[in-house]
Design a protein around this ligand. Structure first.
Ligand code: UN1
Length: 515
């Protein structure tokens, strides 16, 4: 039997955790939660499902005002030397380190993550700050040989303008920080529309950034948060003063964001849904594969964009391996994410629970067998919170439902016989974020890395838990954007190609003669 903790925190305990997390970030819960249901954003924890109050939302006018202030700040900020801009990010990183527990507590309260995973998310913020500080001295272009004598040809990078960020509830602060730390060193102000489901984490992260700006003696108009739902996000999409919209969320959301911003020739950076797969080959170290699979599939209650959702196991080992996965699932403790030994917290809410149930029904209708999980637990203790047992479903093939991303812990298992067939199955979905192979066969590993069409492809590591040093993002319906490491900084800058003539004459390119 899967275990669940029998006790959930009381509402007062959640409130206290929230209050102290916010206080650590210099904020006051009562002041934030002083809005009304008429004009506000509902503050709620998925741990108990109970409300923490209402925060006053932005209107279209106040949102536009913030964008205007950001745009005005751009003129000043872009003129600050990049390494000096980097000092603000360096200070932000230090403050995040000092207040890691405070911010992680807010992530636990709002996203339902275990303290270890919540701290890991804040660590991603600290890591990207470190990377961005280094990057602030390396916003380099290229110098190229000109075809003309005494000419210099070069590419240079310049601050872009206001960056709009839209982020999701499941990683309420890390993807925001990937964007923000780089945008700031690149000379861009940021206007952030966080998920209204995780507003307090957002306000905490932003408050620490504002403090960093203040302490460094720089303008506090470079960073802004928009409070509200869809309507407020739409202001960012449509305002021509927002040069880049970087959005994390569902494919459905991306389908709206992409064309709408493109219609005004704005730029987008999209990090959308994943439907990530792992292949377990006969030569795999099964102990290692088991741990990799269970963390990637059931960790974070299946609510990562990198969550493992499809597992292809070679038919020669499938029965035994799947049995071990199911046995491991039965040892997972579900419940209060801060509880002792708990590894699986709540789903974000009723919508996620309903989507999980419909997907399981569809899977069964399509010939699947639910080997474990799927049921709700702790319903009596917290009727408005949605705790589920992570599910493993053995499928007869990659049926229609397996092509969909359901943002809940369902792992579909499909047997394969031929390695190329497994790679074909891996690629045969519309999403393209992350994939993995577990194998000790070098040829298979290399064939997988060359053949998998996802933005992230791993060997002997699960699909989730990427480090910030590599570019993060996916292909196909995942949206094509790349965030965090390597060259991702270029998305936040305007590129120019420059030709300088120091010949005293005017030779034309391509040998053209004129005048
Ligand atoms: C997300 O779920 O939106 O690779 C981001 C990972 C994390 C980031 C996930 N570093 O799982």
């Amino acid at each position: 039997m899967t275990q669940s903790t029998q006790t959930l925190p009381t509402h007062d305990e959640i409130r206290e955790l929230t209050r102290s997390g916010l206080a650590g970030c210099g904020l006051d819960l009562d002041a934030i939660a002083a809005g009304t249901s008429a004009t506000g954003v509902h503050l709620r924890s998925p741990i108990t499902g109970q409300e923490l109050g209402w925060a006053t939302a932005d209107t279209a006018e106040t949102a536009q005002d913030k964008i205007g202030r950001a745009q005005a700040a751009f003129q000043e900020w872009r003129a600050v030397p990049a390494p000096v801009r980097g000092r603000v990010v360096q200070r932000w990183g230090q403050l995040l380190e000092e207040h890691k527990t405070d911010l992680a507590a807010l992530v636990t309260v709002e996203a339902g993550k275990t303290p270890s995973e919540a701290a890991g998310e804040v660590q991603e913020m600290i890591d990207i700050c470190e990377l961005a500080v280094g990057q602030s001295r390396q916003l380099f272009g290229k110098t190229l040989p000109s075809e003309r004598p005494d000419h210099r040809l070069m590419e240079t990078w310049h601050p872009l303008g206001v960056v709009g960020i839209i982020s999701a509830f499941n990683f309420p602060v890390a993807p925001y920080a990937w964007n923000t730390a780089l945008a700031i060193v690149c000379g861009d102000p940021v206007v952030w529309k966080p998920s209204e489901l995780a507003l307090l984490s957002a306000l905490g992260a932003d408050a620490l950034l504002t403090r960093a700006f203040e302490e460094c003696g720089q303008s506090t108009d470079v960073n802004h948060v928009l409070v509200g739902g869809r309507e407020v996000g739409e202001v960012l999409l449509d305002d021509p003063r927002v040069d880049l919209v970087s959005a994390t969320g569902s494919v459905r959301m991306g389908r709206e964001v992409g064309p709408r911003v493109a219609a005004r020739f704005g730029r987008t950076l999209l990090e959308l849904g994943g439907n990530n797969a792992a292949i377990v080959a006969p030569s795999a170290d099964e102990d290692l594969a088991l741990r990799g699979v269970v963390f990637a599939a059931a960790g974070t209650a299946g609510q990562r964009c990198t969550t493992l959702r499809r597992l292809f196991v070679h038919s020669s080992i499938a029965d035994g391996f799947v049995e071990r996965v199911v046995a491991a699932y039965r040892t997972l403790t579900i419940g209060d994410p801060s509880g002792d030994g708990v590894l699986v917290g709540p789903l974000i809410g009723r919508g996620a629970y309903d989507a999980m149930q419909s997907a399981l029904e569809a899977a069964v209708a399509q010939g699947g067998e639910v080997l474990c999980g799927g049921g709700r637990v702790l319903e009596a203790e917290a009727p408005d919170a949605y705790y589920v047992e992570p599910a493993v479903v053995r499928m007869p093939g990659q049926t229609e439902i397996v092509h969909e991303e359901t943002f809940a812990p369902i792992l579909y298992v499909v047997d394969y016989d031929d390695f190329d067939e497994a790679i074909r199955l891996n690629n045969a979905v519309p999403q393209g974020l992350s994939s993995a192979v577990f194998t000790s066969d070098l040829n298979e590993a290399e064939r997988f890395l060359a053949g998998s069409d996802t933005g992230i492809a791993n060997v002997n590591i699960g699909t989730s838990g990427a480090e910030i040093g590599g570019a993060f993002g996916g292909n196909k319906e995942t949206g094509g954007g790349r965030e965090s490491g390597t060259d991702s900084w270029q998305a936040y800058m305007r590129q120019a190609t420059n030709t300088v003539n120091f010949s005293g004459e005017l030779p034309l390119a391509q040998g053209v003669e004129f005048l």
